[in-house]
Design a protein around this ligand. Structure first.
Ligand code: KG4
Ligand code: ZN
Length: 328
């Protein structure tokens, strides 16, 4: 029997709640704190946890109102336990534990990055065979081989800034608001993603990434005043996406991957999407735009898949947050 799962995500600045059954998202409500943090140019962790605490019950009530279910119908609770900010994770986890205890239903702790990885499949079945997973978000840039269902090998990751973090920092340098990713994407698209500037090639080997060099270059360019903000934004986007595409092509060549699965906030990027779709002889799986950023649907969906395939253990009520949790 398909379980009715209440999913909770509070790892960063989105308070997100979803009700999931089988492959389907019955309802999802997300309160974004972007406006609160934008004036500071990035997420302030203590403020984030206070806003989660303030808003989480409204989101739960809205989700329940949207469906014909009441809390008593819930069969299980799924919650993000990491990676993320410890004090924001704890807000969601405390609510999850309390509901699990009171409703006498099992609690399942979920890895946020792993949930991003399966977000393209929400609503349907997971594809495993010969799959390469790319995580591109504000906190992570990973290239991962799927060995078997829920078994992974990390091929490479960023040595410094995550790609989304670099987008946000470059945006700040050229005077754009947080989060800068969507704004840089828009500017670069207006320039047809054609760059007048050559950004440095990252000094990393194999499948690792480096984004801090691109950010430093953007800063130098801004100080020299030779190029406009729009030209810097475009040059950065072209170089940032090229780095990802080059590593993906390298991995396809070496390991013969047939499926490319992408997740995380940066996978909303229009140029990244068009460049990946140009790669021949592979199937590409992007999340729907509503599931690119942080959301509870992906947490509930992964929990649902793991429960049905008996690939997850119940968490105990003394489970702790794992701010540095890894996927493999
Ligand atoms: O996955 P996410 O919501 O949060 C983390 O788990 O980190 O990703 C947020 C990141 C931010 O850095 C934001 O600027 C970036 O995703 N982002 C984009 C775009 N939309 C969001 N970056 C580039 N292009 C976009 N269209
Ligand atoms: Zn995320």
């Amino acid at each position: 029997m398909k379980k009715l799962i209440l999913a909770i995500e509070t790892s960063a600045d989105d308070t997100s709640i979803a009700l999931v059954k089988g492959n389907d998202i019955l309802a999802m409500k997300t309160h974004s704190q972007i406006e609160e943090h934008a004036k500071f140019g990035g997420i302030i962790p203590e403020m984030a946890s206070r806003y989660h605490s303030k808003n989480i019950f409204d989101q739960i009530k809205l989700v329940m109102k949207d469906t014909e279910h009441s809390l008593e119908n819930i069969d299980a609770i799924a919650v993000t336990i990491g990676p993320g900010m410890v004090n924001t994770l704890q807000v969601g986890m405390t609510i999850a534990k309390t509901l699990s205890y009171k409703l006498m239903v099992p609690l399942y702790g979920i890895n946020h990055i792993e949930a991003h990885a399966f977000s393209p499949f929400i609503g349907g079945d997971i594809i495993v065979d010969k799959s390469l997973i790319i995580i591109a978000s504000g906190g992570h840039t990973n290239i991962i081989a799927m060995k078997k269902l829920f078994e992974y090998e990390m091929l490479g990751q960023t040595k410094d800034d995550a790609i989304g973090e670099a987008y946000d920092k470059v945006a700040k340098i050229i005077g754009l608001n947080y989060p800068g990713g969507p704004l840089i994407d828009k500017i670069s698209a207006e320039n047809n993603n054609i760059s007048k500037i050559k950004f440095p090639k990252p000094k990393v080997i194999g499948y690792d990434f480096s984004y801090s060099g691109l950010k430093s270059k953007a800063l130098q360019l801004k100080e020299k005043k030779e190029f406009t903000n729009e030209e810097i934004a475009t040059g950065f986007q072209v170089a940032a996406v090229k780095q990802l595409i080059d590593k993906i092509k390298l991995a396809i060549k070496e390991f013969n991957f047939k499926n490319i699965i992408l997740g995380g906030g940066v996978t909303a990027n229009s140029y990244l999407r068009s460049e990946i779709n140009k790669i021949k002889d592979v199937n590409v799986f992007f999340p729907k735009l509503m599931y690119t950023g942080d959301n509870a649907a992906m947490i509930g969906y992964l929990a649902s898949k793991k429960i049905s395939k008996k690939k997850i253990k119940k968490s105990s009520l003394d489970i702790d947050a794992e701010p540095r949790m890894r996927m493999s």
